[in-house]
Write a protein that binds this ligand. Sequence first.
Ligand code: ADP
Length: 618
Amino acid sequence: MRMITGLMRILIICLLASLSRECIAADGKRQRSILVLEEADFRSPFYSEIFAGIRAAAKPNGTSHTVTYGESLDLARFPGPDYEESLVGHFKTKYAQQPIDVIVSIGVSSAKFLQKRKQEIWPAAPVVYGFVPDLPETRALFLPNTTTVFARVRPAQLLTAARAVVPDLNRVVLVGEAWKNPLTYGHWKQDFAAAMPDLEVTDLSGAVLREVRAHVASLPARSAILTSAMYSDGEGTYYSPAAALARIAQSANRPIIITSDTFLGRSGVGGFLLLPEMIGREAGEVAMRILDGEAPSSIVPFGGNNVKPIFDWRELKRWNVDEAHLPPGSEVRFREPTFWEKYHWHVTIVASVVLVQALMIAILLRERRLRFVAEVEARQRMSELAHMNRRATAGEMSASLAHELNQPLAAILINAETAQQILRNPAPDLGEIRHILDHIRRDDQRAADVISRLRSFLKRDPTERRELDLNAMVGEVFRFLSVQALTHDVELMTEPSSADIRVRGDKVQLQQAILNLVVNGIDAVAHLPDKRRRVIGRTSLADGNVALVSVADAGDGILAEKVTEIFEPFFTTKAQGMGIGLSIAHTIVEAHGGRIWAENVPSGGAVFHVSLPLAAPR
Ligand code: ADP
């Protein structure tokens, strides 16, 4: 019984273990795993970009989900067998329950570690090697059931970049630990000798950072510094390679050729640069192919497309480098945009705004000009019409004018005859004659006044604006029409305001407007019985700050629906009417900033109102 219970327990444990190994993710997709083993700290920019590249390649697809684990061996900073031993123990414990489907090994140190210890930790997992140079020494590290994506900046490429930057190069200074490592730069001495037999080489790969800084501060003119990653100052302090490069650059007096795009922008001039994101992506893609079923041995190790000549534009300027000398296919970064590239949006927007504004101003000016021309034409036509209107009125009034002239002329005649008779007397009374002559002069003056009133009424002067006494102006109009009213047997009355009302305007025009209203009033009552034959002119201050003239009659009034139409040109209900009197009055009043309107009075008749702004508002 005891044995059966024991067996059951083992079975359950196996079942659970196998279930966990199946690793079916919650969303139903199959879960696979990649372990990324990086030789250095994957929080550094270079290695973190490699990791990001692998992650990007391991995106979930329709059927499976891939989990990516990452481990940093960091053997450069933590060397020694004890640490290595502890790593093995750590990984064994950590991954005991976590199956690894494929390992992506990054860097030579990592490949070395796997060569020695993989069997103990992940015996069955296939391996993809990334970020290793294609050298016989590195190929010797590869285990069976593995494949590789090579990545390497060749020593000859460093030299090519240096010669592009310093065309008459005759000396290079080697900085960084990697120069010592045959598994990184291989046998650079042979490579350099083959490319440039006369090249002088100063190898500072074993020197401490302090010495390197001192040395690179005073290099001769035709030299360049070739760097590789540097992690330590050689005196116990560890750096990130980018920080170490920045320190060297601070004191260097010659251009620095670099090997990774994560160093660009930190005072390196550029070179053939490793693209860590691409290194990761390429290795990740191969890992995915293996996860999808391809045998690692069937994937022939290949060189990736992960090195590119890239230069820093600011450094090229600093060292006076002609871009035409750069290796073919070079990319230049940090190029300062030209004024146009930088501000072309601003410039375009400002230019368009200015253009649109100019266009609008031109249109407005043109419209203003057209309006001005139209206004001048209208005013001219109005003035012509007004003149016609005045002549017609004068024609109508000719009988009464003749009557008005007759009176003084008749008086002059009588006075002249009387004077002749007195002169026939041998002793004429000179005092009497002087008296008669005074009368003749006064009558003559009266006749001259009549003529001058008529002439001023008929004259066609251009508009002239003056301050006018409203009461006096309305009074004159009524007096002017008194004879005409008399001939029609119509009584004209004025009720001037007690206030002194002053308006600004053209006297002849304003008088004509009022005159037209009075003439219409006379027309409206001329055929009526006696007591209604009256036209009254009133002046007043409306609301205390508007001058008002009202002309009222007791005629038949205006048809209610025509009270606005009557101001239209050529509207008339009279057999002999021209229909322009009110339209002229309307134009004149509006030109003076005023308003004209008509209404019927309940007791019968029409009243026309003209409101005008005061000359000086109270
Ligand atoms: P006209 O006097 O030549 O007809 P107006 O423009 O002076 O031209 O007047 C237009 C019309 O307005 C008149 O024909 C008339 O019908 C109407 N009207 C003007 N004044 C009065 C008024 N005081 N009473 C009634 N109707 C009037």
